[in-house]
Write a protein that binds this ligand. Structure first.
Ligand code: HEC
Length: 157
């Protein structure tokens, strides 16, 4: 292959890569704004649902009853100690109403970013205990128990 060919192949690869980057959502740490390092993700979380989430930024489990039930179980183990059994708030803030310290939590992308990357103080990165699919399951339960203003439910839009 001559140099010219090599360059055009390279250009093609770059073009394909940048389209892929555009198609996927850009996940960032809620505090630092730095890209989330997905190499910390626990094994087993790269399910079809998670792949879809990476493309659309929407949690495909939100309307799935079985997923919501599983999410509830996981929430009880991983989150309720700090956020309360009904997500009413305890050491950490309530998660069922429409007030968010981090307004991006009104989108599935924003909620995932806080779960995976953590926020301040005791809200550490949840990748230590949960894989990314389990995070989506928990998120679907949080959306299911929402009791805030329906107009502020940005994840539905
Ligand atoms: C050790 C206690 C602790 C655990 C466990 C914990 N959190 Fe938190 N969480 C907190 C605290 C404290 C904050 C407030 C942090 C801040 O404001 O930066 C918080 C903040 C949050 C926020 C941001 C809320 C807002 O108003 O923007 C979300 C969402 C959240 N937690 C979800 C979860 C979920 C889901 C789990 C379980 C996977 C979990 N947390 C586990 C203590 C905890």
């Amino acid at each position: 292959m001559n140099m010219k060919h090599l360059l055009s192949v390279f250009a093609l690869i770059m073009a394909v890569m940048s389209t892929a980057a555009l198609a996927d959502i850009d996940l960032r740490n809620a505090i630092t704004g730095m890209p989330l390092d997905m190499s910390f993700a626990k094994k087993g979380g790269n399910t079809d649902a998670f792949k879809e989430f990476l493309k659309t930024g929407k949690n495909p489990y939100n309307v799935d009853r079985q997923a919501i039930e599983k999410g509830h179980d996981l929430y009880m183990t991983a989150c309720s100690g700090c956020h309360g059994h009904e997500a009413e708030g305890k050491l950490g803030p309530g998660l069922a109403d429409d007030y968010w310290t981090y307004p991006a939590n009104a989108t599935d992308k924003g909620l995932f970013e806080v779960l995976f990357g953590g926020a301040n103080g005791m809200m550490g990165p949840q990748y230590v205990n949960l894989n990314t699919d389990e995070m989506l399951l928990i998120m679907s339960w949080i959306r299911d128990i929402y009791n805030g203003d329906p107009k502020k439910a940005k994840w539905l839009k």
